[in-house]
Write a protein that binds this ligand. Structure first.
Ligand SMILES: [Zn+2]
Length: 152
């Protein structure tokens, strides 16, 4: 058995259509330490973003989660590696990925199912802005950061 390999069942409403979506697994949100702390709004925002991307792109896309909740040790390590915000880097000391700041953030990108090509970062961010409180798409590696900072 793989611990935390549990399919998440998430109810979303798109237009007047309410449905259960099952495109994410709990272990996609593992912290570096192997535990999971997941804000309940994150799967909803991700499923909504994915669903609307399917509609607007006219083909199936899937979302790849590259990081969610972080311990302070992990955030410090990322800060050392990528630099701190305010000092030319991209990592915030008050990151919304941290438990003490709500554990309400997720980093991700999207791919087209058929071609496996990446959906452009700006395309993903434009849709994600409708379903997250805050989105940042200024990362050189192409990922999008979304967080629900108004829901902590
Ligand atoms: Zn982030």
């Amino acid at each position: 058995m793989t611990l935390n390999h549990i399919k998440l069942r998430t109810q979303i409403t798109y237009g007047n259509l309410t449905m259960i979506q099952e495109n994410f697994w709990l272990d996609e949100f593992l912290m570096a330490e192997g535990t999971v702390i997941l804000h309940p709004s994150i799967p909803v925002s991700l499923e909504m973003t994915r669903y609307e991307l399917n509609v607007t792109e006219g083909e199936d896309v899937y979302i790849v989660v590259t990081g969610s909740t972080r311990s302070k040790a992990t955030n410090d390590e990322l800060g050392r590696r990528h630099g701190w915000q305010g000092f030319g880097g991209t990592v915030s000391k008050e990151s919304k990925h941290l438990v003490e700041h709500g554990a309400c953030a997720v980093d991700f990108y999207a791919k087209y199912k058929a071609s496996k090509k990446r959906v452009p970062q700006k395309t993903v961010a434009k849709i994600a802005r409708k379903y997250f409180d805050y989105v940042n798409d200024k990362y050189a590696d192409g990922h999008v950061h979304g967080d629900n900072r108004n829901h902590v």
